[in-house]
Design a protein around this ligand. Structure first.
Ligand SMILES: NC(=O)c1ccc[n+]([C@@H]2O[C@H](COP(=O)([O-])OP(=O)(O)OC[C@H]3O[C@@H](n4cnc5c(N)ncnc54)[C@H](O)[C@@H]3O)[C@@H](O)[C@H]2O)c1
Length: 254
């Protein structure tokens, strides 16, 4: 049977990409959408989850951090998995996600592309080899409509470096004014916004007389939609818990 999917944020750019891919997917289908601003897109779209009538297996969420509780509660009540691809969640949102993961299968990643997940591993490996002698700075670039900054992916990359330093690094978002010399404990994160940039991430390890840069460039939003559908199919068979890209990759490569 096909994996039946509800798209949250169905009328947005990512929702549209997911819907388009699902039209020709042999193993998954979009049964309904939820969007704050419903419009005709070829599947039923509702303003809230309480109006959804269609049966489903998984929610793919590409909406926003707002009303997170509604989609988590719906997933729990109907025993659905949920791929949380939206970004911009607060620390207390993330606590709620963890609580729901006790009863609901939740797949959460700030970046669904295979390349960025490899980049995360490369950054961690670089930090392990280079240690404290190299200053780490992250530059991310996105389109001029992006609401949150820095990007969830930039924070994810910072976290993978910070793990190596036992969480001792402090994230400094942009710099302004007379900030003084850079502290060893800083990871600087810089957000560029402009035009239609899909998503660029650069992690710079600046040492004495040499610089190592690890970078990734997404050329279309399709790459994230492909990852979200893979995650939805993976999650449909899973029991309650928190899952991420590395769980999917290790299962696919097993
Ligand atoms: N994890 C990833 O790999 C990845 C990749 C791309 C985008 N994103 C994230 O996905 C989200 C959507 O991105 P987009 O470019 O499609 O944005 P978008 O603004 O084009 O679309 C968002 C859609 O969601 C709807 N929406 C917003 N809040 C809602 C809510 N609470 N309930 C229901 N619908 C709601 C909006 O009306 C809109 O139609 C953003 O948070 C973005 O950062 C994540």
């Amino acid at each position: 049977m096909k994996t039946r999917i509800i798209i949250c944020g169905a009328c947005g750019k990512m929702g549209g990409n997911v819907l388009e891919l699902l039209k020709t997917d042999e193993n998954a289908v979009a049964v309904a959408g939820v969007d704050l601003y419903p419009r005709e897109i070829g599947i039923p779209v509702y303003k809230t989850f309480s109006q959804v009538k269609e049966e489903a297996d998984v929610i793919i969420d590409f909406s926003s951090a707002e009303n997170l509780e509604e989609r988590l509660a719906y997933a729990k009540a109907h025993n659905l998995g949920i791929v949380l691809a939206s970004t911009g969640f607060t620390a207390s949102d993330l606590e709620r996600v963890k609580e729901y993961a006790e009863t609901t299968a939740i797949f959460k990643t700030a970046n669904l592309s295979l390349g960025v997940n490899l980049m995360q591993a490369l950054c961690k490996a670089a930090a392990e080899v280079l240690g404290d002698g190299y200053d780490v700075e992250i530059i991310e670039k996105h389109h001029n409509l992006k609401k949150d900054a820095p990007s969830g992916t930039a924070l994810m990359l910072a976290d993978s470096v910070n793990q190596v330093f036992n969480g001792e690094k402090e994230y400094v978002n942009g710099r302004d004014g007379i900030v003084g010399a850079r502290k060893k404990t800083e990871i600087g994160i810089h957000a560029v916004r402009g035009g239609t940039i899909v998503g660029e991430h650069e992690v710079v390890f600046a040492g004495e007389d040499e610089i190592i840069t690890i970078s990734h460039s997404a050329r279309s939003k399709k790459v994230f939609a492909v990852g979200a559908i893979r995650a939805a199919k993976f999650l449909a068979k899973k029991k309650a818990g928190m899952y991420e890209m590395k769980d999917l990759l290790s299962e696919e490569n097993a």
